[in-house]
Every structure is written in structure tokens, then in C-alpha cells.
Design a protein around this ligand. Structure first.
Ligand code: F0G
Length: 380
């Protein structure tokens, strides 16, 4: 590959579809371009003929899909002269904001729920040098505070209420279409604050490729950001399926959840900021929201890790857990092409992983050959 073709991040890759111009200084860590992995063992175990893929967003620079939105939000914040960014976070947004602020040489303030964020994410925010405020309250309270403070403090909000975040995140849909040659029939995502499912729909609406030909269309969210806003509606789009954790499932309860709880701390959210937009996505795509128990989420996480070699964090596993259930019961019919977004890396939450595996596979033995041989014999 010639040097000039080197991959340098999603803004450069998709600049024609994003709100930047030729002079905008880009704040990038080479995000995007994540692998779309075709699963082999899970479809076989399900006994159903489906083409099942995972888009492993955990391989972004800070280990989650947030980097797609953050490169765009921080690029624009810096371009507009901002010296500080702020966010509320269940963990991943704070890690990503802290990293891109470090890259840009600006300050990051992050509000996180005390004791409820995974260790890997906390380590990241601390190492990247963010100013961390642990609040005695949950994500929803943090989000409310951030919106209030940003009204008069000289800080730019980089939660997904910042429209540039969704613009960056929509590029995941572009990559999927390019790789499959078309949109999948079903796209499954975990849903927390509901920005990512909205961003994917924007991406699918703006840009799809059918029969080898690029076709584009407008959607209700284009907002004039993309060059195709107002273009014709043609081509195919997936049915969007959003999965919430049962303890944090406002879309299933029909209203905000006061005291959300789940082992999948990333989606421990009771009052999603993109509620209206996500509901619209469900309606427009003919999709659905559904819920998974913590046990189902952890089971899906373990299955994917053990049977496919892909280690995602608990929240991410809601997508594959939901897809497996819907494939098994026929809600997703045979012959379908299905993409599940794995939003974050399993290494983000080592405590939950180790806790889940504490009864399996590890023995402590003397450091001698006979003991190793014994252990092998025991397992074969
Ligand atoms: N999966 C992971 C790993 C997440 O970190 C999040 C959100 C989601 C799914 C849900 O995405 O909010 O767009 O519906 N994390 C945010 C954070 C809230 O602060 O890191 P969403």
C-alpha cells in the first residue's frame, strides 16, 4: 500500500459525508475501519441458516464505538475555539473524551456515577488525564448536570446530544454497507442513551449500496449535514433491533426508569437522551426494542468469547444475545443477513469477566512437570 493510502481515521475516509472542510484540523487517533467478523460456531449451534456478523467496535483506539463520534465532536470543538469539553458517562464516553482531549491538548471534565463504572474505563480516564468527578448519583443525574453547567461554563458537551457525535458514529453503517455490498436485513444494537442506534440509522439512510451501485437517500435526521440531504429514497435498509438490559429498559417500560440497574454498567441508563429519535428509528425501520436479563447478557458474552474468540464487554453482548434469541425463535427468519454491533472491548470490565469465570478452568498447582501432566490428564 502506498504511503498516501495509509488509513488515517474515519473523517478522512468519509470527509465528503461529514461536516468538515478542507481546512478543518482533524483530531484523530485512527478510529473506525473495524472488522466485520462472520460468526461460524454460533449459527451452527443455533441450527439456523443465517449469515451472522459482529462489527467489533471494541477495536477502536480507546476500545469502544465512542471514538467514532468523539473524533468528530472534538475536531469541531477545537475548530470552534473550545478549550474544554465535558460529558457525563457510564465509562466509555469518558475514556474516549479524555483521550481525544489529550490528543488535542485541551481539558476534559467527566462526570461518572461513583462505584458504577468498569475498572478499565476508569483507568483510561485517569491515565489520559481527565478531571474526573465521581457523582453520588447515576448517569441520568450526571447528564442533567452537564447540560445545566454547559449553559454558562466555557465547556463543550461531547455527549451524544452534541450532533457531531452522531455524524461520526454513522460511519459504522457506511463501513458495513461497503463490506457486505449492501445493507444487512437486520441490525442489532445494545441501547442505553440511544445515540448509537440513531446514528446507525442516519448512516444507513444516507448511504447504501445495492447491486454494486451507490445509491443514497435522505432520512429525517440528515439536518443538512450530509451532502445527500434531500436526495432520493432508494435501496434497502435494515430492520433495527435495539436491546436493553431488563433493569434499565425504559423503552420496554414506556417511560423513564428511576433507579436503573444492570451488570452491563455501560447501559445503566433510565432516561435516554435520544428517546424520540430512537423511537422514530424503530418505527421507520419496522424494528423493535426488547430486553435481556443480566444472566442472558452474561451468557451471550461468554458464548461469543468461548465459541468465536471475540471478547466484548457485557453491554455489547446484549446485541448478540438478543439476536441469538430472535434467530432461535424465528423472529429473525432463516436466510437473513444479520449484523450485531459489539460496542466495547471485553478488557474494559475485567472484574465482571473474572467473576463470571471464577469456577471454571483455573487450577493452582506446584511448579513441576508431574503436576502439569496430572492437570492435562484431568482435562482430557
Ligand atoms: N455499549 C457500550 C459499551 C456503551 O458504552 C454504551 C453507551 C452503549 C452500548 C449504548 O449506546 O448510549 O448510544 O445507546 N455508553 C455511554 C457512555 C452512555 O457514557 O459511555 P447508546
Amino acid at each position: 500500500m502506498a504511503f498516501r493510502d495509509r488509513y488515517t481515521g474515519l473523517i478522512n475516509r468519509y470527509r465528503d459525508h461529514l461536516p468538515v472542510n478542507d481546512d478543518t484540523p482533524l483530531i484523530s487517533l485512527g478510529e473506525g475501519n473495524t472488522p466485520l467478523i462472520r460468526l461460524k460456531n454460533i449459527p451452527r449451534a443455533l441450527g439456523r441458516d443465517v449469515d451472522l456478523y459482529v462489527k467489533f467496535e471494541g477495536l477502536n483506539p480507546t476500545g469502544s464505538f465512542k471514538d467514532r463520534g468523539m473524533t468528530m465532536a472534538v475536531t469541531r470543538a477545537v475548530d470552534e475555539g473550545s478549550k474544554a469539553i465535558i460529558c457525563a458517562s457510564t465509562g466509555n464516553t469518558s475514556a474516549s473524551a479524555a483521550a481525544y482531549a489529550a490528543r488535542a491538548g485541551i481539558t476534559a471534565f467527566v462526570l461518572i456515577p461513583e462505584g458504577k463504572i468498569a475498572m478499565g474505563k476508569l483507568a483510561q480516564a485517569m491515565m489520559y488525564g481527565a478531571t474526573i468527578m465521581q457523582i453520588r448519583g447515576n448517569f441520568d443525574a450526571g447528564m442533567q448536570l452537564v447540560k445545566e453547567v454547559a449553559e454558562d461554563a466555557p465547556v463543550t458537551i461531547v455527549n451524544s446530544v452534541n450532533p457531531f457525535r452522531l455524524q461520526g458514529q454513522k460511519t459504522a453503517a457506511f463501513e458495513i454497507i461497503e463490506e457486505l455490498g449492501r445493507a444487512p436485513d437486520y441490525h442489532c444494537l445494545p441501547v442505553g442513551n440511544a445515540g448509537n442506534i440513531t446514528a446507525h440509522w442516519i448512516g444507513y439512510c444516507e448511504y447504501s449500496r445495492t447491486k454494486g451501485e451507490v445509491v443514497t437517500r435522505a432520512c429525517s435526521f440528515c439536518d443538512g449535514h450530509c451532502r445527500y440531504a434531500g436526495g432520493p429514497v432508494v435501496g434497502d435498509r435494515p430492520v433495527m433491533l435495539g436491546y436493553q438490559a431488563s433493569g434499565s429498559a425504559p423503552f420496554l417500560r414506556g417511560g423513564p426508569v428511576e433507579d436503573p440497574d444492570t451488570v452491563a454498567t455501560a447501559i445503566r441508563i433510565g432516561n435516554p437522551q435520544s428517546w424520540q429519535q430512537a423511537w422514530h428509528v424503530k418505527e421507520e425501520s419496522g424494528g423493535r426494542f426488547d430486553e435481556l436479563s443480566d444472566a442472558e447478557i452474561l451468557h451471550a458474552q461468554k458464548m461469543l468469547t468461548e465459541h468465536e474468540g471475540v471478547f466484548c464487554e457485557p453491554a455489547s453482548a446484549a446485541s448478540i444475545g438478543g439476536a441469538m434469541r430472535d434467530i432461535r425463535n424465528g423472529t429473525i427468519p432463516e436466510g437473513s443477513t444479520v449484523v450485531c454491533t459489539l460496542t466495547g472491548n471485553g478488557l474494559k470490565d475485567p472484574d465482571t469477566a473474572i467473576d463470571q469465570c471464577k469456577d471454571s478452568g483455573m487450577v493452582t498447582i506446584d511448579a513441576d512437570r508431574a503436576a502439569v501432566n496430572d492437570a492435562i490428564r484431568n482435562y482430557l
